[in-house]
Design a protein around this ligand. Structure first.
Ligand code: IPD
Length: 290
């Protein structure tokens, strides 16, 4: 089995550098542009941090490939081949970043032969560095992480997001999903505004489940392996195998909780990330500047 530890260590180094740029920019005035919806934002810092990460990684690993949120917004295709591929969200939680709501993350996953080898999520304001390597366990600031193991959905804290899709079908589906879960009941429903950090809560055991429809592969590729390596379960929202391109995910403390959520929630249609006409879905396509 190939050892990708050198890439992981380099990824950890560049994630810390990226986090410093995010932290110094969060208090500054920002120019904000809209992408696919009024809640899908991009700033100069998202673009600068993505370039910083890709330039540094390319310089060290010239043959590696990239899927980056802002490169895709600028027109690049999403293509996960067998080649070593870095999947990057320079700022997960851009709405939070714009408003200085203190949950923003740099998310970096690395896949080979379409299998994720490691994931890094740096929650910048909290100074929490999550990472996991396939078969090596999951860690938060160097300390091992363990999912809660909870099997009873009615005792769960469930994290989710309304997401960036704002058409009627997406909104009614997402709100009715929250209603269905609350009615079960579950102990609570939470949302931090960053899919990557939301999902890492399942790895810490602080939450028992997370589900989301309409996010993208760069939002959740890194946190998916962090949850799995912490002993959690990651599936599609219909209970089938997790597919990072499908734009649907459940992360849970146990298979029983993942199944329970899959039975309760409904999905709205989303075009896959690797579909050529790739931008969403129910809303507009492409970048629409201010
Ligand atoms: C968004 C965040 C948000 C989620 C959206 C994502 P971005 O990512 O993860 O929590 O609800 O679906 O698009 O745009 O801030 O990188």
């Amino acid at each position: 089995m190939a050892d990708w530890s050198d890439c992981l260590n380099f990824g950890l180094t560049v994630a810390k550098q990226a986090s410093e740029v995010v932290l110094s920019a969060i208090q500054q005035q920002k120019e904000v542009k809209l992408k696919s919806s009024p809640a899908d934002l991009v700033t100069e810092t998202d673009e600068r941090v993505e370039k910083l990460l890709i330039d540094a990684i390319k310089n060290r690993y010239p043959l590696h490939r990239f899927i980056g949120e802002e490169s895709v917004a600028a027109g690049e295709r999403v293509e996960l081949s067998d080649a070593p591929t870095w999947i990057i969200d320079p700022i997960d939680g851009t709405v939070n970043f714009v408003h200085r709501f203190p949950f923003v993350a740099v998310s970096i996953a690395f896949a080979v032969n379409k299998q994720t080898e490691f994931g890094i999520v740096y929650s910048c304001v909290e100074d929490k560095l999550f990472h996991a390597q396939r078969g090596g366990g999951a860690f938060l600031n160097g300390e091992p992480l363990h999912a809660s193991g909870q099997e009873d959905l009615s005792r769960c804290v469930v994290v989710t997001e309304i997401g960036a899709e704002r058409d009627d079908l997406a909104l009614s589906t997402m709100t009715s999903n929250i209603f269905r879960l609350m009615r079960l009941p579950v102990h609570g429903v939470r949302a931090l505004g960053t899919a990557a950090v939301d999902m890492c809560q399942v790895a810490t055991g602080g939450a028992d489940a997370y589900y989301h429809i309409g996010m993208h592969c760069w939002d959740i590729a890194a946190s998916a392996i962090i949850v799995q390596e912490a002993g959690g379960v990651v599936t599609d929202t219909d209970g089938s195998a997790f597919d990072m391109m499908s734009r649907r995910v459940i992360a849970a403390s146990s298979s029983a909780v993942a199944r329970g959520i899959a039975q309760v929630i409904q999905a709205f249609p989303c075009r896959r990330d690797d579909d050529d006409g790739r931008r969403c879905v129910c809303g507009a396509t492409g970048v629409t500047g201010d």
